[in-house]
Write a protein that binds this ligand. Sequence first.
Ligand code: UD1
Length: 368
Amino acid sequence: MRILSVVGARPNFMKVAPIHEELLRRGVEARLVHTGQHYDRQMSDVFFRQLGLPEPDAYLGVGSGSHAQQTARVMTEFEPVLLDMAPDLVLTVGDVNSTLACSLVANKLGTPVAHVEAGLRSFDRRMPEEINRILTDQLADFLFVTEESGLVNLRAEGIDEGKVHFVGNVMIDTLVRLQPEAAKLGVLQDFGLDERGFALATLHRPSNVDSLENATALAKILDELSGHLQVVFPMHPRTRASFQRFGLLEKITRSSAITLLEPLGYLEFLALMRSAAIVITDSGGIQEETTFLGVPCLTLRENTERPITLELGTNELLPLDAAAVSARVRAILAGPRRDPSRPPLWDGRAAERIVEVFFTGGVGSEAA
Ligand code: UD1
C-alpha cells in the first residue's frame, strides 16, 4: 500500500506527523509532499524538525500569491508528482489552499482521496477555508471526522455515510506525544514569564487583520489587555505586514506589557499555551488545543467550525471589541477555573484509527 500525504501550511504539519509515523509503523509505503505554501524557516522548517517529519519526497515550492494563483500553482506542480509516485491514495488534512488543490488533482486522476478533519463548517462562506472544506469533502473517498458536528454536517450535505469515519483528532495525538518535551523547554524563564501570569495572542485571519478598521480594533484590544496582564504575541507574517502597513506596530510596542515575537516553533508555542492564563486567537486549531489543555480561550470571530470547543471545552466567541474582551478577561481572571471535559476520542490515538480504516477498507488491494 502506497500512501502520499500532503502538507502545505503551518497547521498541516502537526496533523500529518502522527499519521505518517503510524503508516510507516504499519509497513505502508508512506510518501510526503510539501507544496511550499508556507516556506519560511519559522512557518515550516522548525515544524519538520520538532515533529520528527522526514524530508519530503517532493517539494513543490509554490509560495504565496492570490488564492487563484496559489491554488493553481499547487495543482500544476502536484499533478506530475502524483503521476510519477502513483500512490494508492492521497491524504490531505485541514482546510488550506493546498488541501483543496491536491484533493482536486488526485480526484481527477482517479486516485482515491482521504480528507482528515472532514465535516467542520463555520457556515460562513466569506472564509476561504470554508470553501476549501466544502469542496474537499465533496471530492474525498474517506472522510475522517474529529467531532460529532462533522457527522451531522456531512449527512446534511448528502455525503454517503459509508465514506465517513469518526476517529477523533490527530492534532491532539501530536499534542499528547510532545507535551512532555514542551514542558522541559524552560520557555517561561526564557521570556521572563510567570505560570498563568500572561495572555498569549495569535491572530492572522484575513477578516481580522487585512482591513484598517479591524486591525485598529485588534491593536486596541491588545493595548487594553496589556493593562490586565503581560501579553505575548507571536506574529504571523500576514499580521505583521498589515500592522506595519497601517502604522499599528508602534502603537502596540509602546506598551512594555506587550511582547511581540516572530512565529514560534511547535514546542515553544505549546509550552506557552499550556502555561497561559488566557489565549486570545482567531486560529482554528488553537481553539481545540486550548480545550484539550483546559486553558481559557477567547476566539475573536463571529463563528467557529469547531462547536465542540464551545460546548465541552474552554472556548468562547467574542467580537472585535475592546470593552467586551476586557470584561471577559477580568471575569476569567477573577473567577474559578472551569473544569472542561475533553471531547470524545481526543485521546492521542486518532492516527491509529485512521490507518486501520485504510487496511480494513482495502486501500491498495485489487478489491479497492
Ligand atoms: C493560511 C491558511 C489558513 C491557515 C494559515 C496558518 C489558506 C486559505 N489559508 O493562511 O487557513 O490558518 O495559513 O498560518 O490556505 N508568508 C510568509 N512566509 C510563509 C508563509 C506566508 O511570509 O512561510 C506570508 C506571505 O506574505 C503571504 C502571507 O503570509 O502572502 C499569507 O500566507 P498564505 O499562505 O497565503 O495564507 P495564510 O494567511 O498564512
